[in-house]
Design a protein around this ligand. Structure first.
Ligand code: SF4
Length: 209
């Protein structure tokens, strides 16, 4: 069922090609900055903040470290919670500056203050091409509504393991599947779902209206 869902989403929405990169930063730096900025805010707001950083030539984690807080505050303001996010960005930049890229794994990322499991997995898969699945609130919502899981507040790692055990261990599939879930939840399986338009409604356990 879990792999079949991936196939259905994939044929409905096509290739997502995540992560959306600007091309102005190196991949790891841009994914990490974006993953921290997107905590508790929409990607639209992050895009504005990233655009500000690029225009100000703050193009790497090293630049983040070397830019004063007041300047950063103005630049990342659109992403909200800027005091906290500046702190997190600087702590992250400092931590990764002390190690080689090859040494960065999940445990290392989780040891950095402000980096939770979703952010860590996002950085690992989209920034470092590690085959690890990202779970988010959309994943929990969709899998619960489809009846794949029994409770929406399922533990992050429990759902991650369930998904990883039921799809091929393939980097592209992992990358695409997460992006497709986000796409479906933004388009149809919203907070108030548009079930009458949904191609999954025939087998959806919790379809509404
Ligand atoms: S039928 Fe409704 S609840 Fe089920 S996946 Fe589609 S939009 Fe979501």
């Amino acid at each position: 069922m879990i792999y079949n869902l991936y196939k259905q989403l994939s044929s409905a929405y096509g290739k997502q090609n995540w992560w959306p990169l600007s091309g102005y930063m190196n991949k790891f730096d841009e994914v990490s900055i974006g993953a921290i900025l997107t905590q508790n805010t929409s990607w639209k707001n992050v895009e504005k903040a990233l655009e500000n950083l690029i225009n100000a030539k703050v193009l790497s984690l090293e630049d983040i470290l070397n830019t004063d807080k007041d300047t950063l505050k103005t630049l990342i303001k659109p992403a909200g919670f800027y005091n906290l996010k500046i702190k997190r960005l600087k702590e992250f930049a400092k931590a990764v500056s002390k190690v080689r890229k090859e040494e960065i794994d999940r445990d290392f990322l989780l040891s950095i203050k402000g980096i939770g499991r979703e952010t860590a997995d996002t950085i690992l898969i989209y920034g470092l091409d590690k085959t690890t699945f990202v779970v988010d609130a959309y994943t929990k919502r969709l899998f619960y509504r489809l009846g794949i899981i029994n409770y929406e507040k399922i533990d992050y790692d429990e759902l991650k393991t369930l998904i990883e055990n039921n799809i091929p261990k393939n980097l592209e599939i992992y990358k695409e599947y997460h992006a497709l879930i986000v796409e479906h939840c933004k388009n149809l399986c919203k907070k108030k779902p548009l079930c009458d338009k949904c191609f999954l409604k025939d087998w959806c356990y919790n379809k509404q209206n």
